[in-house]
Design a protein around this ligand. Sequence first.
Ligand SMILES: *Cc1c(COP(=O)(O)O)cnc(C)c1O
Length: 380
Amino acid sequence: MEQRILLSLAHMGGTEKKYVDEAFATNWIVPLGPNVDEFEHRLEQFLDVNNVVALSAGTAAIHLGLVMLGVGPGDEVLCQDMTFSASANPIVYCGATPVFIDSEVSTWNMDPEILEQAIIDRHAKTGRYPKAIIPVYLYGMPAQIDRIMAVAKKYDIPVLEDAAEGLGSTFDGKHCGTFGRYGALSFNGNKIITTSGGGALICPDKASADRVKFLATQARENRPYYYHETIGYNYRLSNVSAGIGCGQMEVLAEHLERRRAIHKLYVEQLSDIDCLEVHQNPDTRYNSNFWLTTITLDLDKSPLTPDQLRIILNEANIESRLLWRPMHMQPVYANAPYYGGSTGENLFNRGLCLPSGSSLTDDDIKRVTDCIKKALKPTK
Ligand SMILES: *Cc1c(COP(=O)(O)O)cnc(C)c1O
């Protein structure tokens, strides 16, 4: 049996261990430390911003972003419907209610028109405006963030970008995660870079970054004994994990290039299949990192459903995954308000994520595309 091809695997560059060894040698085996400072500095340089705070997870970053925006019980937060549950769960941690917004077909991300309709309707129904907007960069694809920001500005609602899948993606030359008031990144094992587990919050200024650091380390006031005026969190990144992150930053550019090259290979090799479309940048303003290359099937023409194709790939020892099932279709969010039609649901029914890890070779991709071609264009 050929070796299993996985969807997206951690891909070490080689220097990660040096930073981790340093943490051991200096006994900085704690949250905070020189690797954390250095990792934040490298992220700031890469993103061309200041005030990045390294945290224990992308989920923690979204949670603290909401806390910083003052989201609490009784509030509503507008969140992209087609996403991973970690975009929405922190809204519930805050005691607030998520209101889900459908996607548009060009980027698969938050539809700016439905967003505005939802804002107007929530105001009519509750007499209040939602407290925040969470757009997502699904599979790395930039959202129509210029239009989303325009709507947000019109109603004066802050934006918290969930850029967990979008590190290195740009819109109009500007990094995803740096458009809104806050931006959340993830360094989980399967993301563009990993710290084994980790995240970061991009903050608007030094005062808010300092406040996030304070909240992330149990909100300890500066006194000789433990003294608390605020509820704190244990959300800071460990110095050991940050060491992995420092090493990963040295190969980030290379890994981004490879993900985009893999996407290009898929586009080339799958172009002659009539019933299949590879999801691509809508125009030149969009520059996805192509964290995952995704396809959709035309179910009127395709001999297989995405799940049947997934099973055939799996039998050939190739991992693929159906698209993220929209939040309004999740039992846990069955009662949350939802605005939109069936765009997300339709994508979910037709789509599949293909192996896209930066360690995959051209031959690996060929193995995947040969298998797909054989399955969708059966020769007599
Ligand atoms: C991975 C992910 C998160 C959560 O990040 P963690 O670091 O795993 O907590 C949030 N949102 C999206 C869209 C993600 O893909």
